[in-house]
Write a protein that binds this ligand. Structure first.
Ligand SMILES: [Zn+2]
Length: 171
């Protein structure tokens, strides 16, 4: 059952369909990120791009040190300040969010609609994080912020609790 090795840098044909779907979504997210940055005159440097990719790939919140680890599996780790700067950039571009309650970062699932307020539902039992957004929520918050004259950077609501899966589990 020897498989003909794919040429280096071209492995998508050998992947399973779900991996293919994910890598397709991944490519789409990256393209979207590039477009978003270009539109705002910002530059998605290789480091910023790698940090975004790592966050997107993990599909769960990662701390800055986890990121430094993921980005340097061969030991040549990025300096934390470099990771923090890249994260700051991604947050400003609406490509990532910081979850204060977990001191971790997560890629934005709807980077194209950065104006929408995002609420993260964080399960304290299994650690899953669900991202939800609502136009009504966004409008209400925008009104409140305007009344206070407050300029938001990262509009994130964190709601901790238990996901439906964990609620149904026997304790
Ligand atoms: Zn849960």
């Amino acid at each position: 059952m020897a498989r003909i090795p794919a040429p280096s840098g071209y492995s998508s044909k050998a992947e399973t369909s779900s991996e293919q779907a994910h890598s397709h979504a991944h490519a789409h997210a990256l393209a979207q990120a590039e477009t978003l940055c270009r539109a705002s005159g910002a530059r998605l440097t290789p480091i910023r791009r790698h940090v975004y990719e790592a966050l997107y790939e993990s599909q769960k919140p990662l701390g800055a040190y986890d990121l430094a680890e993921v980005l340097a599996p061969n030991g040549r780790r990025l300096a934390p300040i470099t990771v923090y700067r890249a994260l700051d950039f991604l947050i400003e571009q609406g490509l990532a969010h910081r979850l204060a309650s977990k001191n971790a970062y997560i890629a934005s699932a709807n980077a194209a609609e950065t104006q929408d307020t995002v609420a993260f539902l964080i399960c304290e039992s299994c650690g899953s994080v669900d991202e939800v957004s609502s136009q009504d929520l966004s409008n209400s918050l925008s009104t409140l912020l305007a009344q206070k004259g407050f300029r938001p950077k990262d509009k994130v609501l964190e709601i901790t609790g238990q996901c439906t899966h964990c609620q149904s589990g026997s304790h």
